[in-house]
Design a protein around this ligand. Structure first.
Ligand SMILES: Cc1ncc(COP(=O)(O)O)c(C=O)c1O
Length: 443
């Protein structure tokens, strides 16, 4: 297919997918040509074809626009059917790059495992997870996170919430206080609230959770839940001083630190700080990891590393809340780790996300947005003046899955912001389209 037709097809697809809304302006043919590394005439040809087909219209000096009649709903079955069912919206958070996962390799490993299974694999699985996977995770943590643990300290769970339920069921009682980052990961709060625990918001600044604040206001809390590697959603790292301060508090009070290390694999510059768990002389840290970001969320597979002295209590509790991840999935993940695919995949993804992040940061900056610099993670935050919820509502109405920082807060005070993911922004050109669309929606 000639290059100009390929470009025309991509634009048609973007309109069909709702990425390019009716009346949005396309970049000038010169800009687009520079972006794509093609001659300007090639882009002119593509635009010309789409104008003649009624997808685009030229509005003199103002530029070339998507026709008002070319929205995904108005343009008929052809375009509507080009929108894959179940596809995530642009900027949707919490997802890895769906296009970059080695699905063929995964299918091969799964098939091989299935053929190798014996009749004994039909039995009830171990409540704390497959031993092969627990061993593989222990090996991975030792090399990648300097966490020294034995497989029996690891409990596989069906996602992070199930991991938190296991922690609460084993160690907490109604009325226990828990420090939570404010703003922070909101989807887990119901687990603690349902258990009758007292949820204590602790503010976050450039060094992560303000431990001093927690010490001053809620010294008697029995738990602290944090995302030390990249605070969710602000992306800052908990400073080393605060890591030690936190450990001192937990040790003196016999409280528990829950370290949510959900996306530490993705850091783009600077040296990562040691996980709190790796500094845990007093054995007060419960470490939580997940494969939702490093592999994919449909696996529903996360894990805990619990202190050696707590293994028996967690094992008892896990009989009431057994791991529900299917054996085949657990075995396949174990093979993926043990055979070195995981390392290769992470290396590839670090590079991929480094690139995608830069594309989106640059595109947002071009639109005058104020992106907060971050050392790692798989989401971006922009500072905004004014009502971030109202802005986000407009962005969402335009089909963009942005989120308001205010919705991540437990207390109403604090700066407004817009939070989004860049993992599925697959080109600089797409980043510019989305950023433009967001700007147009908000302004
Ligand atoms: C801060 C944080 N912790 C944990 C998780 C992992 O959740 P799960 O393992 O249930 O997918 C996520 C996923 O979005 C997250 O953002």
């Amino acid at each position: 297919m000639p290059r100009y037709q390929q470009i025309a097809r991509q634009i048609r697809q973007a309109i069909g997918d709702g990425e390019l809304a009716a009346d949005s302006r396309l970049p000038s043919s010169r800009t687009m040509a520079l972006e794509l590394g093609v001659a300007r005439a090639t882009v002119e040809n593509a635009y010309g074809e789409l104008v003649s087909q009624g997808w685009l219209e030229r509005r003199g000096q103002a530029g070339t626009f998507v026709s008002p009649s070319a929205s995904p709903t108005a343009s008929g079955a052809n375009i509507a059917s080009s929108q894959p069912q179940g596809a995530p919206m642009p900027f949707q958070m919490g997802l890895p790059a769906l296009d970059a996962f080695p699905r063929a390799l995964w299918a091969r490993l799964t098939g091989r495992r299935l053929r190798l299974q014996t009749r004994y694999d039909l039995l009830m699985p171990e409540a704390n997870g497959e031993s092969t996977l627990r061993q593989a995770i222990a090996d991975y943590l030792r090399f990648s996170r300097s966490i020294d643990c034995q497989p029996e300290q690891i409990f596989i769970t069906a996602g992070f919430q199930a991991a938190m339920r296991l922690v609460v069921g084993t160690l907490a009682k109604a009325g226990d206080g828990i420090w939570l980052e404010d703003p922070g990961y909101r989807y887990v709060r119901p687990v603690f609230a349902d258990a009758g625990m007292a949820l204590h918001p602790v503010p976050v600044d450039g060094e992560g959770m303000q431990i001093d604040y927690g010490l001053e206001h809620y010294p008697e809390a029995r738990f602290a839940l944090l995302t030390p590697a990249h605070q969710s959603p602000l992306g800052v790292a908990l400073s080393l001083t605060r890591r030690h301060q936190l450990l001192e508090w937990a040790s003196a009070r016999q409280s528990w630190i829950i370290e949510d290390d959900y996306d530490s694999e993705f850091r783009y510059h600077g040296k990562p700080l040691p996980p709190v768990k790796s500094l845990d002389g007093p054995e007060r840290v419960i470490y939580a990891g997940t494969f939702s970001k490093s592999l994919f969320p449909a696996l529903r597979t996360a894990w805990l590393v619990v202190p050696q002295r707590q293994v028996a209590a967690f094992a008892r509790q896990s009989r009431h809340l057994p791991c529900t991840v299917p054996i085949l999935i657990q075995q396949t993940i174990a093979d993926f780790l043990r055979e070195g695919h995981f390392w290769r995949h992470l290396k590839k993804m670090r590079q991929c996300y480094g690139e995608r992040r830069v594309w989106l940061e640059a595109a947002l900056a071009e639109q005058g947005f104020d992106v907060v610099p971050q050392a790692g993670g798989i989401q971006l935050v922009m500072r905004v003046q004014g009502d971030d919820r109202a802005m986000v509502a407009k962005g969402r109405a335009a089909g963009l899955a942005v989120q308001a920082l205010s919705d991540w807060r437990m207390t109403p005070a604090g700066e407004g912001g817009i939070v989004m993911s860049f993992t599925n922004v697959t080109s600089h050109e797409m980043a510019r389209r989305y950023a433009l669309k967001l700007r147009q929606a908000i302004t």
